[in-house]
Design a protein around this ligand. Structure first.
Ligand SMILES: Nc1ncnc2c1ncn2[C@@H]1O[C@H](COP(=O)(O)OP(=O)(O)OP(=O)(O)O)[C@@H](O)[C@H]1O
Ligand SMILES: [Mg+2]
Length: 585
C-alpha cells in the first residue's frame, strides 16, 4: 500500500460531491456569495432547470483579478476575519463552494470593484480556460454551464429539468425570505418568474407563500429563555399534502433541520392528520454561541447547544398560539362554504336523475353536493324538533334534527349550524382524556369478563412494553401468552368498544412513535387513537337530548373546532349567507 496526496482537481471533485448535489445547490452557493458580498440586488437566470445554465449577477463588492483567482482555490475565503468559526454571520465560511462548482462545470466569473476595470476568468472543469478584460457594472456575474456534463455518475442522479427547476425555485425562495432587504429577480428559460422589491420580512414572506395565509395564518412572535421566534404559521385546517411550504431559518440562515421540522410537527400534533402538513415560515434567533453552523456540507443543518430549549420554544410556543386560535379554525373556514351548498337548480336535477335511475325515496333536505350520492343511499332519516321561541343564545344553537344519521342540524341566533357528530365527539373524548390525565387518573371501567385479543408477537411486545403508559390512560392490558393480550379495563369515556381493533391500532401507533418523542407526546398520540375508537360513529341515530348535550359540551371544550385530524367539526351558515343563496341579497 502506498499513501499519496490527492491532486487538487480530485480533491475539488470530491468536495463537489458533497457541496454541489444538483443545480439548486450550486445556485444556492452562488446567491449566498452574492449576499455575503453585500449585494442590494441579485439577478438569477436559469436554463433547463439550471442544467444548461445558472447565472447569478450581483451589485456587491466585486473582486479584483487576484481575488478572483484566489477565490477559485480551495479553502480560500474572505469571510473568517479572526478565524472565529464559532461566530460566523456570513452564509459562507469554508472557501469551498466556488472551486467545487468549477471542478464539475464550465464557469465564467466576471467581476469589477468600484473605481476599477472589470476582469473575466474562465475555468473548464477545474482547468484555467482563459482570462481577459470584461465590461460590466460594479459587482460580480458568475455563469455555470453544463453542470455535471462530464461527470456521468452525477448526471445519472439528476432529475428532469422541471424537477431541478422546482428545487432551484425553492432555494431562491428560502434565501429571498432570509434577506427581505435585498431585491431579487429570477428568470427561467427566458420567462420572468420572480421580481421582488426590497421589503420588510412579513411582506416578503407573504409574497412568497400563498396569499391565503392572510386569512388562514397566525402571526408568530414569542420569546423564551433568550430565544426568539417570529414568522407565520397556518391554521391547522389550512394544510397541505406535502411539507413543501415549510421555511425555517436560524439566525437568518435557511435550514432544513430535522429537529426543527419535528418540533413544528409536534406543535400540530393531533390537530392535523399525519399525512397532512402545515405551512410555515419561522425565524429563530439564538445567541451565536448557542448554535454550531459547521455541521453539514451544504450548511442546511445546525447543531444547538440546548436542543430541548429550541424544541420547547417551537413545539410549546406555537402550540399555545394554535390553542388560543382553536375556536377560529372551523368558524373561519366558512367563508368558502357557500360554494359547497346545493342550489335548488342542481338539487332538482339530481332528484330527476335519481328518479330516472329508479332509486328509492330521495332525501328531502338541504345537502352538500359532495355528500349527495351517499345520502341518497340512506332511507330518510332527518327528524325535526318543533322550533321553540326564542332561540336561546348558545353559540352552536339548539339541535333541530339529524340528517343521514351523521350530521346534526342546529339553529343558532345568527344562522344554521351543521355538526359532524363523529368528528366532534372524537375531539371531545380526547380532550376529556387529556383533562383527566392532567388531574387524577382517567376513570376506567373494569370488564366483567377480561377480553382476550390475538395479535402477532411483535405487536404484543410493543403493547406489553407500553402497558404502564396505557394504564395511565385507563387501558389495562397484560400479556397472555406469546401472541395474545388480555384487556382487563378500558377508559370509561369509551363505553363499549372493539378491543381487538383498538389494540391493533395502538400497536401500530406505538411502532410508528418509536422515535425520540417525549412521553407526553406519545401519550397524546395514543389518547387520540383511543378517542377515535370511542367516538360516536357516523351513522348512529341520536336523540335530540343527546345532540344538544354534544353541542353544549363542544362549546366549553378547548380545540373543539376541529377533529383530531384537522378537519372542521362544524360549519355555520350565517343568515346573510342563506339570504345570498336565495338571491335575497
Ligand atoms: N459574488 C461574489 N462577490 C464578491 N466576492 C465573491 C463572490 N463570490 C465569491 N466571492 C469571494 O470568493 C471567496 C470564495 O467563495 P466560496 O463560495 O468558494 O467560499 P466562501 O463563500 O468563503 O465559503 P463557502 O464554501 O462556505 O461558501 C469568498 O470568500 C469571497 O471572498
Ligand atoms: Mg460561498
Amino acid at each position: 500500500m502506498s499513501i499519496r496526496r490527492l491532486p487538487p482537481e480530485l480533491i475539488n471533485r470530491i468536495a463537489a460531491g458533497e457541496v454541489v448535489e444538483r443545480p439548486a445547490s450550486a445556485l444556492k452557493e452562488l446567491v449566498e456569495n452574492a449576499l455575503d458580498a453585500g449585494a442590494a440586488q441579485v439577478a438569477i437566470r436559469l436554463h433547463a432547470g439550471g442544467l444548461e445554465l445558472i447565472e447569478v449577477t450581483d451589485d456587491g463588492s466585486g473582486m479584483s483579478p487576484d481575488e478572483m483567482r484566489l477565490a477559485l482555490e480551495r479553502h480560500a475565503t474572505s469571510k473568517l476575519p479572526e478565524d472565529a468559526i464559532d461566530r460566523v454571520t456570513s452564509f459562507g465560511f469554508r472557501g469551498e463552494a466556488l472551486p467545487s462548482i468549477a471542478s464539475v462545470a464550465r464557469v465564467t466569473i466576471e467581476s469589477r470593484v468600484r473605481e476599477a476595470d472589470g476582469w473575466r476568468v474562465e475555468i473548464d472543469h477545474g482547468q484555467p480556460a482563459g482570462e481577459g478584460p470584461a465590461a460590466l457594472p460594479p459587482g460580480t456575474r458568475i455563469r455555470v454551464e453544463g453542470l455535471f456534463d462530464k461527470v456521468p455518475a452525477r448526471r445519472k442522479f439528476l432529475r428532469s429539468p422541471r424537477a431541478e427547476y422546482a428545487a432551484c425555485l425553492d432555494a431562491v425562495k428560502r434565501l429571498a425570505m432570509a434577506r427581505s432587504d435585498v431585491g431579487f429577480t429570477l428568470d427561467h428559460d427566458g420567462r420572468r418568474i420572480l421580481s421582488l422589491q426590497p421589503a420588510e420580512p412579513p411582506a416578503r414572506v407573504a409574497e412568497l407563500l400563498t396569499h391565503e395565509l392572510d386569512r388562514h395564518g397566525i402571526g408568530v412572535d414569542c420569546v423564551r429563555e433568550g430565544l426568539r421566534l417570529t414568522g407565520v404559521i397556518s391554521l391547522p385546517t389550512f394544510n397541505r399534502g406535502m411539507a413543501d411550504q415549510q421555511f425555517l431559518f436560524v439566525n437568518g440562515r435557511p435550514v432544513k433541520d430535522r429537529l426543527l421540522v419535528g418540533a413544528l410537527r409536534g406543535a400540530y400534533r393531533d390537530l392535523i392528520a399525519r399525512d397532512r402538513h402545515p405551512i410555515a415560515a419561522l425565524f429563530i434567533e439564538v445567541p451565536l454561541d448557542e448554535v454550531d453552523v459547521n455541521v453539514h456540507p451544504a450548511k442546511t443543518e445546525v447543531r444547538f447547544r440546548d436542543p430541548s430549549a429550541v424544541r420547547g420554544l417551537i413545539a410549546g410556543g406555537l402550540r399555545n398560539m394554535l390553542d388560543a386560535q382553536s375556536q377560529r379554525s372551523a368558524a373561519h373556514e366558512q367563508a368558502a362554504a357557500p360554494v359547497m351548498w346545493t342550489s335548488s337548480a342542481t338539487y332538482d336535477s339530481n332528484l330527476a336523475r335519481h328518479a330516472r335511475e329508479g332509486g328509492g325515496p330521495a332525501f328531502a333536505g338541504m345537502t352538500g353536493l359532495r355528500e349527495e350520492q351517499k345520502l341518497f343511499d340512506h332511507a330518510p332519516a332527518g327528524r325535526a324538533e318543533p322550533a321553540v321561541e326564542p332561540v336561546p343564545s348558545f353559540p352552536l344553537g339548539v339541535a333541530r334534527g339529524q340528517v343521514a344519521s351523521t350530521y346534526i342540524v342546529a339553529e343558532a341566533e345568527d344562522g344554521l349550524v351543521i355538526v359532524d357528530q363523529h368528528a366532534a365527539h372524537e375531539r371531545l373524548v380526547l380532550e376529556r382524556m387529556r383533562a383527566a390525565r392532567e388531574g387524577a387518573a382517567v376513570a376506567r371501567q373494569a370488564l366483567l369478563v377480561p377480553e382476550v385479543v390475538e395479535l402477532d408477537e411483535p405487536e404484543c411486545d410493543r403493547l406489553e412494553g407500553a402497558a404502564g403508559e396505557l394504564s395511565g390512560l385507563g387501558l389495562e392490558v397484560e400479556r397472555f401468552g406469546p401472541t395474545a393480550m388480555l384487556v382487563r379495563a378500558v377508559p370509561a369515556a369509551l363505553g363499549r368498544t372493539d378491543a381487538a381493533g383498538l389494540l391493533a391500532d395502538l400497536a401500530a401507533e406505538i411502532a410508528e412513535l418509536g422515535g425520540p418523542l417525549t412521553l407526553r407526546d406519545k401519550l397524546d398520540h395514543v389518547a387520540a387513537t383511543i378517542a377515535c375508537h370511542g367516538s360516536v360513529r357516523a351513522g348512529r341515530v341520536l336523540s335530540v337530548a343527546e345532540m344538544n348535550a354534544l353541542l353544549r359540551e363542544m362549546e366549553v371544550t378547548p380545540r373543539s373546532g376541529q377533529c383530531n385530524h384537522g378537519r372542521p367539526t362544524w360549519v355555520k351558515l350565517g343568515h346573510g349567507e342563506i339570504e345570498k343563496l336565495f338571491g335575497r341579497r
